[in-house]
Design a protein around this ligand. Structure first.
Ligand code: NAP
Ligand code: GDD
Length: 348
């Protein structure tokens, strides 16, 4: 029986990866942060299920070497997945030092712990890299060979993590891999990322619980997949004969505005778009503005376009995305409507 340790188990990907590994009969350990309010709602169904025996949680933090060392030496994992991060690009401009500490040095802390404990031959390591590292893209579409041009403190920190992972692989022979994952979403996506902000916001407007949705740059383009598909790729990367780096993407690109239009269609809502850029607005049938833009949600430097080339993953991992944007939107809208309807009834 293999043992896995997931940093970032309480996040979107951590919860799906834990489900996948438990299905594959792994013993799964996860690291959660101390928080003054509950932060385990994405994994409570696993923790509370009496039939799930091999699931364990530990308190720890990527900024705290002692907790990392004590957990890794106790768990002695076969596989470590580092999914923990301050993962919000816009927030990284407000908290650049904290973001660098966690997203860059946090990775080094885990890798050096593997080396320090002499686990180089035992413990494989996966680093959650990102398409944000391509930033101001130097090539379209982006592959493993495309040069990085990070455009935020978050992306710069992730570039450090990418290279330190490669460096520990080459220097100490650790089975250390980088996934370079393009955007992936789900009903479990954090509410401040644009896709979930859109599905939740428009569902609330549909149910009369909110009047307006205020967004930033509607013209940004992303390659959006489903987190369930993408965690499968993370596991596959760790099962190869040799450690490597892989772009994981759908190979299709849509704008934020297109994502909104798919959501509106699914909700059977019609709007008229008027204006351009930051002045663009969406009007409902009664002529009321229900979508508008604000400078508040623009970033100091934007990543305008991301589009991945997942050819290496297809060839070597036999992986490809199975869920397209329409199915993704459908699932997110249905779960948000379901959640809001239950929540609204409870309140009454
Ligand atoms: P997420 O939902 O924001 O989850 C991040 C996880 O990291 C949470 O469990 C969070 O704990 C934890 N965390 C944050 N700061 C930490 C710290 N100082 N010490 C320990 N844990 C900490 O992110 P996600 O969407 O699942 O993404 C997973 C990873 O993939 C991240 O590293 C992200 O940067 C990267 N990535 C994501 C995407 C994407 O589109 N989703 C694409 C490429 C790469 P709390 O629950 O307590 O906040
Ligand atoms: N968050 C947010 N909120 N983004 C908005 C908004 C808004 O109100 N309005 C427009 N956007 C635009 C952003 O400017 C960006 O161009 C795009 O929507 C996507 O923003 P996010 O959903 O915040 O995701 P991201 O692409 O910046 O970062 C996500 O994907 C990366 C992979 O490329 C995060 O999950 C990162 O952790 C991940 O590495």
């Amino acid at each position: 029986m293999k043992t896995a340790l997931i940093f970032g188990i309480t996040g979107q990907d951590g919860s799906y990866l834990a489900e996948l590994l438990l299905k594959k009969k792994y013993v799964v350990h996860g690291v959660k942060r101390k928080s003054s309010s509950l932060n385990t709602d994405r994994i409570d169904h696993l923790y509370e299920d009496k039939n799930v025996k091999n699931f364990f949680l530990h308190y720890g933090d990527l900024s705290d070497s002692l907790s990392i060392q004590s957990i890794i030496s106790e768990v002695k994992p076969d596989e470590i997945y580092n999914l923990a991060a301050q993962s919000h690009v816009a927030v990284s401009f407000s908290m650049p030092e904290y973001t660098s500490n966690v997203d860059a040095l946090g990775t080094l802390r885990i890798l050096d712990c593997i080396r320090f404990l002499g686990f180089e031959k035992k413990t494989k390591f996966y680093q959650a890299g990102t398409s944000e590292m391509f930033g101001k893209v130097q090539q379209i579409p982006q592959s493993e060979k495309t040069p990085f041009y990070p455009r935020s403190p978050y992306a710069v920190a992730k570039v450090f993590s990418h290279w330190i992972t490669k460096n520990y692989r080459e220097s100490y022979n650790i089975f250390a891999c980088n996934g370079i994952l393009f955007n992936h979403e789900s009903p479990r996506r954090g509410e401040t990322f644009v896709t979930r902000k859109i599905t939740l916001g428009l569902c609330k407007i549909k149910l009369g619980l909110q009047k307006k949705l205020v967004l930033g740059n509607l013209n940004a383009k992303r390659d959006w997949g489903h987190a369930k598909d993408f965690v499968k790729a993370q596991w596959l990367i760790m099962q190869q004969k040799k450690p490597g780096d892989y772009v994981i993407a759908t190979g299709k690109q849509y704008s934020v505005k297109q994502f909104i239009n798919y959501t509106l269609k699914k909700l059977n809502m019609k709007i008229k778009w008027k204006g351009k850029g930051i002045h663009e607005k969406g009007y409902n049938n009664n002529g009321k503005v229900i979508i508008e833009c604000s400078k508040k949600y623009y970033r100091p430097s934007e990543v305008d376009t991301l589009l991945g080339n997942p050819a290496k993953a297809k060839k070597e991992l036999n992986w490809q995305a199975t869920i397209d944007i329409k199915q993704l939107v459908k699932e997110m809208v249905e779960e948000d409507l379901n959640f809001l309807t239950k929540y609204d009834k409870k309140k009454r």
